[in-house]
Ligand binder design. Structure first.
Ligand code: S3P
Length: 182
């Protein structure tokens, strides 16, 4: 008989803004009967104001500090699907803490899809509130790519997949990953 110890019970979804972390996270949490934790909402709760308001009043650094605090708490929990903010990878401490009990899944979609999605709801993404949005997205994506790759245990490109199919693929890839990393 084998006893499996130290299995990670959390799944953390990382990736650029507009890659569908929350939407896919919700589907995934439903399928696996885990709790969906939306990091941005927790940060807003902690700050008592919206993310654009935090950026406007206190600046990005203050936002990142809140993100570190909230991540520290969330990382201690069990059985969660954690939809992370797009910049969580910028502070390595976040990934180290999450990685203790989470498999880290990087979601990607094509540039065109990201551009379409974030253009639709500009008010909630202060980092992209720039004159040339396409350029801002491109530069930020390029800059962050190595951070995302370094943090990820698994990478999934969902450009051509629906929400359910993406969630199913994540489940399959995690099974594979756990088989290899037992
Ligand atoms: C950010 C992404 C946002 C939010 C904040 C900063 C980023 O989350 O945390 O605006 O730095 O990429 P989403 O990825 O959920 O949009």
């Amino acid at each position: 008989m084998y006893i499996i110890i130290n299995m990670k019970t959390n799944i953390a979804l990382i990736g650029f803004m507009g890659t569908g972390k929350t939407t896919i996270g919700r589907a995934l949490a439903g399928k696996l009967r885990k709790t969906l934790v939306e990091m941005d909402s927790l940060i807003e709760k902690e700050a008592g104001k919206s993310i654009p308001q935090i950026f406007q009043d206190d600046g990005e650094i203050a936002f990142r500090e809140l993100e570190i605090d909230v991540t520290k708490e969330v990382a201690k929990g069990e059985n969660q699907v954690i939809a992370c903010g797009g910049g969580i990878v910028l502070n390595k401490i976040n990934i180290d803490r999450l990685g203790q009990n989470a498999i880290i899944v990087l979601l990607t979609v094509s540039f065109d899809i990201i551009e379409k999605r974030v253009t639709a709801d500009k008010s909630i993404r202060p980092l992209l509130n720039k004159g040339n949005k396409a350029q801002a997205i491109k530069e930020l994506m390029e800059f962050r790519q190595p951070f995302y790759e370094r943090a990820a245990d698994i990478q999934i490109d969902s450009s051509n997949l629906g929400i359910e199919a993406t969630a199913d693929m994540i489940i399959n890839r995690i099974k594979e990953y756990e088989g290899i990393n037992k």
